[in-house]
Design a protein around this ligand. Structure first.
Ligand code: SAM
Length: 228
């Protein structure tokens, strides 16, 4: 079971996720303390079960134990730190290998920062492209932005609050009029949505001191009007 977990508000967990966390034979998590805490909040006992650690850096070593449990007919619940596993989070190889080994893989849908940001961005939601995090080096980021900004689709990016400025500056060089939405601290106390053109946001004092977790949503390119 790939179990989505809250991205802020603890009560955003689904009833089915609680059932699966309560009933799974084996629990695995990107950070075992985070899952432990979530289970504590919702009163789910471990009852002697272990939580195995499974993240990007130990996946190859940790996968065999999880696949062995599945092969023996056990059920395994996997959670990343927040939101939906596999979405800019670990779990892809685990889900693939489990499916290829013949196990039944179930996704338990729930919170995801990408979709929460899209739904409150006010930008077209009929077609969207999730891009994950932009590359961190300047040249790679500019090439990357130039490529994806040409796509005729709403774009969803994850970004660290420290780098939003820099990404907006790059965006301004390519398309300063692009409607841009910064969705911050979704489902949390300081949830905030800031909207404007890329150039307006780059000059907005709130962006300079941005804190917390951030999703950037970009409108599709405006129609190019060809003159004579
Ligand atoms: N798998 C997760 C999901 O489905 O939401 C995303 C994991 S990714 C490692 C973490 C990034 O998601 C953060 O850097 C931020 O861009 C975004 N994010 C997570 N929680 C958020 C929140 N409450 N508000 C805004 N962005 C959030």
């Amino acid at each position: 079971y790939l179990v989505a977990t809250p991205i802020g508000a603890a009560r955003d967990i689904t009833l089915r996720a609680l059932d699966v966390l309560n009933g799974a034979d084996l629990l695995a998590a990107e950070d075992t303390r985070v899952l432990r805490h979530l289970m504590d909040i919702h009163g789910i006992p471990l009852r002697g079960r272990r939580i195995l650690s499974y993240h990007d850096h130990n996946g190859d070593r940790a996968r065999p134990a999880l696949l062995a449990a599945l092969a023996e007919g056990g059920s395994v619940a996997y959670c990343s730190d927040a939101g939906t596993p596999l979405v800019a989070d670990p779990g892809y190889r685990l889900a693939l290998d489990a499916a290829e080994a013949g196990a039944r893989v179930h996704a338990l849908p729930g919170p995801s920062a990408a979709l929460a940001a899209l739904s409150l961005s006010g930008l077209p939601s009929d077609r969207f492209l999730f891009l994950g995090f932009p590359p961190s080096t300047a040249t790679a980021r500019q090439t990357w932005l130039r490529k994806w900004l040409a796509v005729d689709s709403t774009l969803i990016l994850f970004e660290s609050p420290r780098r939003v400025n820099r990404t907006l500056a790059d965006l301004c060089q390519i398309d300063p009029d692009r409607i841009t939405v910064i969705a911050r601290e979704l489902t949390k106390k300081f949830e905030e949505v800031i909207r404007g053109t890329a150039a307006e946001l780059a000059a907005d004092p709130r962006i300079a001191t941005l804190k917390g977790e951030v999703v950037i949503v970009l409108d599709r390119p405006s129609e190019v009007v060809v003159d004579d």
